[in-house]
Ligand binder design. Structure first.
Ligand SMILES: Cc1cc2nc3c(=O)[nH]c(=O)nc-3n(C[C@H](O)[C@H](O)[C@H](O)COP(=O)(O)O)c2cc1C
Length: 398
């Protein structure tokens, strides 16, 4: 599967560096060639000799090495691979990457490369949860860096939580997935998903019952066909899929901004249940019970993301797909919605409580397009997603 692929493996200075030795072995078993790069700190955890012996190649360590620079300059080295893998990606390395620093060989290669980068973070749970690391993580995802893990579990430091580096075979699976070409390889697709939360005050909000299950399944199915997926999600019940660039938001306005930041895209799938209104009178202090009666909430209209994107004059995605959750006259209402919003397709479903669709694992959809209404039988949300992804691939590649 990985034969003829070259991986530039950057090993950072964390305890999990020992797992990278196994990672090298697993990659080579699958036919990949590994060019190893050790940071200065990584040498405190694994020796250049072990890394070189396992990789069967020279180890690169120093930006200012005259021999290395004469043989293969750092710019050439950064572009010599099919994929750059950073494992373990320490907090420090992630910070350098997110901040654009280039003050040693590893960070310079990461700045100079034009090759996709996959990071496997590994650090103490507090370091992972630190706002600075989370900020760097979001920034890197927005920059197109892909991630595998971190996993949750016991740590070398005795604590428990997220921060453990993914196991070598998980990293291998993620590397293999990066190379699996599909009909959507080279296509960039935006998917919105989940509900939005509209604050009333700092502790209360107005939300809806969307679980995010269908949007998440669509994002996963599109990624499986090779698309680069930007997944903008409200606070959903289900975890985001692997191999997509996740942007987490809460309010409709934040979702709208995140959608703008993701453009341009080849297609947009707008599966999020975006609140139509927000509380314009939202308080920055918790509202108190008072003897003067009930608080009066005033509402303002939220941005209509689907309509705005579907009506873009410049750079409109080739395909704009909206979702409609209806409780009656589904085809009629969804057809009217398609015309009103100006999108190419509407995926309509009946979410009246008796159907069990909202929050459930199945869906029965009707895809409304220029050609009319196409009724799909009731099936799992994953199946709906796969079928929709194939239909999208058909539309984008015809
Ligand atoms: C025993 C020990 C274990 C460490 N483990 C980690 C780790 O797992 N993750 C991490 O981000 N930093 C860890 N650090 C801190 C890093 O080694 C330090 O931030 C270093 O500057 C990272 O260098 P790098 O950018 O080359 O990865 C550890 C430090 C020590 C002394």
């Amino acid at each position: 599967m990985l034969s003829s692929k070259r991986i530039l493996l950057i090993i950072g200075g964390g305890i999990a560096a020992y797992k990278s030795l196994d990672l090298i072995r697993r990659l080579r078993e699958r036919g990949a060639a590994v060019t190893p790069v050790l940071t200065r700190a990584a040498e405190e955890f694994v020796t250049p000799l072990s890394v070189s012996a396992l990789a069967g190649e020279k180890v690169y360590r120093d930006l200012f090495d005259l021999t290395d620079e004469a043989e293969m300059g750092h710019i050439q080295l950064s572009r010599s691979a099919d994929l750059v893998v950073v494992a373990p990606a320490t907090a420090d390395l992630m910070g350098k990457m997110a901040g654009g620093l280039a003050n040693d060989l590893a960070s310079t290669l990461l700045m100079a490369t034009d090759t996709p980068v996959l990071c496997a973070p590994a650090m103490n749970v507090r370091m992972w949860e630190h706002p600075a690391t989370q900020r760097n993580f979001s920034q890197l995802e927005a920059d197109g860096v892909r991630f595998v893990g971190p996993n949750e579990g016991d740590m070398a430091c005795g604590e428990y939580g997220p921060g453990r580096m993914s196991e070598p075979l998980e990293i291998v699976a993620s590397i293999e997935a990066q190379f699996s070409a599909g009909p959507l390889t080279g296509k960039r697709i935006l998917v919105t998903s989940g509900p939005t939360y509209e604050p009333i005050d700092p502790v209360r909000y107005i939300a809806n019952r969307s679980s995010g299950a269908q949007g998440t399944a669509v994002a996963r199915a599109l990624a499986a066909l090779g698309a680069e997926v930007i997944f903008v999600t409200g606070p959903a019940d289900v975890s985001p899929p692997e191999r997509v660039n996740v942007v987490q938001v809460e309010t409709a306005q934040q979702m709208s901004d995140a959608v703008d930041a993701a453009l341009p895209v080849d297609a947009g799938v707008f599966a999020a249940a975006v609140a139509d209104w927000r509380v314009s009178s939202a308080s920055d202090k918790k509202l108190k019970k008072s003897r003067d009666g009930l608080p009066a909430l005033e509402f303002a209209e939220n941005p209509d993301i689907l309509k705005r994107i579907a009506h873009m004059e410049d750079g409109r995605p080739l395909l704009v797909v909206g979702f409609a959750a209806e409780t009656d006259n589904v085809i009629e209402h969804a057809t009217a919605k398609r015309a009103r919003k100006g999108c190419d397709w509407i995926v309509a479903n009946d979410v009246s409580p008796a159907t069990g669709i909202m929050g459930g694992s199945e869906n029965a959809v009707i895809v409304i397009s220029e050609e009319g209404a196409e009724e799909w039988p009731r099936m799992g949300k994953d199946e709906v997603a796969k079928r929709l992804a194939v239909k999208i691939a058909g539309a984008l590649t015809k």
